[in-house]
Design a binder for this molecule. Structure first.
Ligand code: GRF
Length: 205
């Protein structure tokens, strides 16, 4: 079985949806470790409650380079069996850009959830961006992480209609509900080796 490492920075609701799906035996993967770059991330408590090991690698005040910080992450992942051969890394609200070295080492083994229909509205505050743009639909995307910002091949997307009365909060809430559905599903597909990458496309069997 593959070993899963989840990287978080805060609330951890996507992490929770993945861990709960694993607990229900819906996903054949071992939830090996949850790592946060913030000691007060709410998600850490949730992970503990669900019986998953946690580690904090504080990024605030870290003196070294991005690559050096990521080396620390990689060593914790490795310690828990989340290796480039036997691991999957999920970014779940992890508010840091990861280094090209990390991406290269775990090639096609790092996935992320983004609260918009990529390639629309990459980066931060995507729900706000969608509203300000006047988009009639938005949604969320699970994608492989490459060296760019939210640019890797898409695995699953879900569409959410934008209501004329929507605020950033109401739209974010509806998108989040879909996030909690598609992220566990993408992890499941990965764990069952059902995703092939062909150029920019993923082929799901
Ligand atoms: C989610 O909206 C996710 O799409 C984005 O950051 C947020 C994290 O929320 N990448 P949570 O920590 O999973 O609750």
């Amino acid at each position: 079985m593959l070993n899963l490492g989840i990287l978080i920075s805060g609330r951890g609701s996507n992490m929770e949806s993945i861990l709960k799906a694993i607990k229900k035996k819906k996903i054949p993967i071992n939830p090996a470790i949850v790592i946060s770059n913030k000691p007060d991330a709410r998600g850490l408590k949730i992970a503990e409650k669900l019986g998953v090991k946690i580690e904090v690698i504080e990024s605030k005040g870290f003196k070294g380079s991005r690559e050096e910080y990521d080396k620390k992450i990689i060593s914790v992942l490795t310690k828990h069996g989340v290796t480039p051969k036997k691991g999957l890394v999920c970014l779940a609200g992890f508010m840091r850009i990861i280094s090209p070295e990390f991406v290269k080492k775990y090639k096609n083994r790092i996935i992320n959830i983004h609260p918009a229909l990529l390639p629309a509205f990459p980066g931060l505050n995507s729900q706000k961006q969608a509203l300000e743009y006047g988009a009639k639909v938005s949604g969320c995307s699970v994608h492989f992480v490459d060296a760019g910002m939210d640019t890797g091949p898409v695995i699953i997307q879900a569409v959410v209609k934008v209501d004329e009365k929507d605020t950033e909060e109401t739209l974010s809430k509806r998108i989040l509900k879909k996030e909690h559905m598609i992220y566990p599903e993408a992890v499941n597909l990965f764990a069952r080796k059902k995703i092939k990458i062909s150029g920019r496309r993923t082929i799901i069997s």
